[in-house]
Structures are given as C-alpha cells and as structure tokens.
Design a protein around this ligand. Structure first.
Ligand code: NDP
Length: 372
C-alpha cells in the first residue's frame, strides 16, 4: 500500500511531465465522446477562468448552464458557448438535466454556503459533481455530500486546481523525496485587499460558509500544509482580527486570521490570510538541511519555485513544464468518469481542510491550543 506521500510523488512525476506531453501528442477526441459539463453559477470564476478554459481541455465540453438569471445572463453565455437554450436551467430546476443527452457533470461554482445544496441537487439529478473549494461550511455538510455521492453511485471531486499544476506537483515531490532533509516547518500567507461595500455573498455569514478569508483563501494554505507534509495536523492554535465599523467585516467575517498547526513527526506550520492587506501568495518549506519556496504559490499563473539546499541557492527551477491547471483539473475529472475511478481530489480531501478550518475558528475563539 503506497503512503499518500509516495503516491503524491508518483502522481507528481506522471502528471507534471507525462500527462502534459501525452496531451500534446494525443489524437483529438470527437465531440460526442467528450464529458459534458453543466456550469452552475455564472460568476467571476466561472466566466473568467472555467468557461474559457474548457476549450483548452481534451475531454470536456460545456453543455448546460445553471443560473439565477436564465433569461439575460444565461441566454448571453449560452449563445457565447453554444449551449442549447433548453439546457439553461435555474437552481430549482437542476433536476431537468436528468438523463439530458450530453450532460454528465454538474460543476458547482456558487457561494460556499450553497455548495452542499447544489451538490445534493446534482446527485439527485444523476450527475457527477465537481464542487469548488472550500467544499462546504462544516464537516457535517461534507459528510452529507460524500454520502450522497455514494448513494447515487456518482463521483465527487473538489476543485483543487493546484493539485493539477506542475509547480505545486514538483513542490510535493521535493517535500517527499528529502530534498530539504526531514521536514521541519511550513510557512505560508495568502491575502488581498478586498474592495466591497459589504453587499456581496462574501460578507454574508451563511453564504460565505460561516467565515471570512480563512474559508475563501486560507484554505489554500491549509491544503498546502497538508499536501507538503502529506500528513494531517494534530493540534491547532489561532487568532482572528476584525476591525469594528468596516462594512467588509460584519460579525463572523474576520479581516485577518493567523494559525499554527502541529503535525506528527516534529513538523510545524504557521500561516496567515487576510482580506485587508496587499496581495500575498507564497509558501516556504523548511527542512533540517535546506528549504524551497513558491511565489506565487497557488495563483492562476506565473508560479515560481525557488530552491536552496545546504546553503546553496539553486535559483528558480526552470525545467518545470508550463501547464494549464484549469484544463488539467477538468480533464482529470473527465478521465476519472470515463474510467469509473475516484478522482485525486475527492470529497475526503475537501472534508479534511474544512475540518481543520473549523478547528482554527474554534481555537481562535477558545484562545488556546486544541486537538484537531
Ligand atoms: P461570484 O460572486 O463572482 O459568483 C458567484 C455566482 O454564484 C453568482 O454570479 C451567481 O451566479 C451564483 N449564485 C447563486 N446563488 C447566489 C447567491 N445567493 N448570492 C450570490 N451569488 C449566487 O463568486 P466567485 O465566482 O468568485 O466564487 C464562486 C465559487 O468559486 C466560490 O465557492 C469560490 O470559493 C470559488 N472560487 C474558486 C476559485 C479557484 O481558484 N478555485 C477562484 C474563485 C472562486 P448566477 O447569477 O449565474 O446565478
């Protein structure tokens, strides 16, 4: 039985190099053999990243849309991407996609607090579900989503695109293969200075998944600490900060959160996230004998991996193939559906992060170290 770490190292090598090359030389797939995606939630991420990148996949096509605005936005986007008019439905009528020719997957790209509801509706309609991060508000919701996938006999994947991004795959490999010696410490920050009048779902406690930047952004650093250490944290301490009188931060939506994690085997982690600071997006992995760093680490592009070992700065790694993490993520799920196998980032991966994040909030509230 391979450990998660050896598995990750093997996947890293296979995906970062092999998969991309394989795609470059692979025969085109006829349209009727592609996996059809219904995109639920026509907001920023769906319109600017996912829909345009479906054209860069090998195995995927967009065949349906789910939106609260079918007549104006839905009609416009359907025309742009050649989606049949009858395949534009609302959140209340997802069931109309059941047995609809060419519709296989519901991709949930709606506010976090609605992920469970929309995922369950997808399984009820007999579809596979790709759900955006963070998976849901709490562990109980994650459990219901995982159970619903099992009951429906359909696959559930979480949209952890960086697991399909070559620099992050190399980072997993470096951590696993002893490049820095035994791991000691992970440190990472992710933030941006959010502009808002306080009226979006990210300021609505329930829609935001009962949290602020930790749920939205910090999830990347919680997830990175877990995929770099290939372990689950055992203890957590945390602190949240919320200035009074700023409409961006109503009760329950912190402006900043910092947390410490302890992992088995003498490994620690320290991270921060914020909605009121300039852009940060980096992590550093420190071992007994060396370190490596990623900046940007989990963004949409431009990733850089810097490595230093035993006092010698090796500069940026320049042999990492360029990749399209959005297309790779979509093709991975399509491939899994075709081969009827569990995706590399299943519901259990999303659940593990949600569990840690809920514990981070509880530790901040308690003001003391808690077991995870
Ligand atoms: P947006 O606010 O830009 O879009 C969300 C969309 O959800 C809306 O446009 C709307 O689409 C739909 N929606 C359904 N119900 C509601 C509601 N009650 N209130 C508001 N919107 C609703 O958000 P993002 O696109 O930035 O984020 C959506 C999801 O994607 C989140 O879970 C987020 O965490 C994730 N995300 C992931 C990223 C990644 O890199 N993996 C990057 C950015 C976001 P419509 O009008 O069509 O109904």
């Amino acid at each position: 039985m391979p450990t998660r770490r050896t598995f990750l190292a093997a996947t890293a090598a296979a995906t970062a190099g092999g998969l991309l090359l394989k795609h470059a030389h692979a025969q085109p797939v006829p349209d009727d053999e592609k996996v059809g995606f219904a995109i639920a939630g026509l907001g920023g991420y769906a319109l600017n990243q996912i829909l345009p990148n479906i054209a860069n996949t090998r195995l995927c096509k967009v065949t349906a849309l789910v939106t609260g605005d079918p007549d104006t936005k839905g009609r416009r986007v359907a025309e742009q991407y050649g989606v049949p008019r009858e395949n534009v439905v609302t959140y209340d009528t997802i069931d109309q996609l059941r047995d609809r020719a060419g519709v296989d997957v519901l991709y949930v790209i709606t506010p976090t607090g609605l992920h469970m509801q929309h995922t369950l509706a997808g399984f009820d309609a007999g579809l596979h579900v790709l759900c955006e991060k963070p998976m849901a508000t709490d562990v109980a919701q994650c459990d219901r989503m995982i159970a619903a996938a099992e009951a429906a006999g359909r696959w559930l994947m979480i949209g952890y695109r960086v697991h399909y991004e070559p620099h992050n795959l190399r980072a997993m490999e470096l951590a696993a293969n002893g490049h820095v010696g035994p791991l000691r410490h992970f440190t990472g920050d992710i933030s941006y200075n959010r502009r808002s009048d306080g009226s979006t779902w990210r300021e609505d406690y329930e829609l935001a998944g009962r949290g602020g930047p930790l749920m939205d952004l910090g999830v990347y650093m919680v997830n990175a600490a877990r995929y770099i250490t290939a372990a689950e944290p055992t203890r957590v301490a945390a602190y949240t900060h919320r200035p009074e009188g700023d409409p961006r931060f109503p009760p329950g939506i912190e402006a900043r959160c910092t947390w410490q994690l302890e992992f088995p085997g003498n490994v620690t982690a320290s991270s921060s996230t914020a909605y009121d600071m300039t852009n940060t997006n980096h992590f550093r992995v420190i071992g007994r004998d060396g370190w490596f760093a990623m900046e940007p680490a989990t963004g949409y592009g431009g990733h850089r991996l810097l490595a230093e070992t035993r006092g010698r700065d090796r500069g940026p790694a320049d042999d990492i193939p360029a990749g399209n993490q959005f297309a790779a993520q979509l093709d991975h799920f399509a491939q899994c559906i075709k081969e009827n196998r569990k995706p590399d980032t299943p519901g259990e991966e999303g659940r593990a992060d949600v569990k840690v994040m809920r514990r981070i909030y509880e530790a901040a509230e308690a003001g003391e170290w808690l077991d995870v």
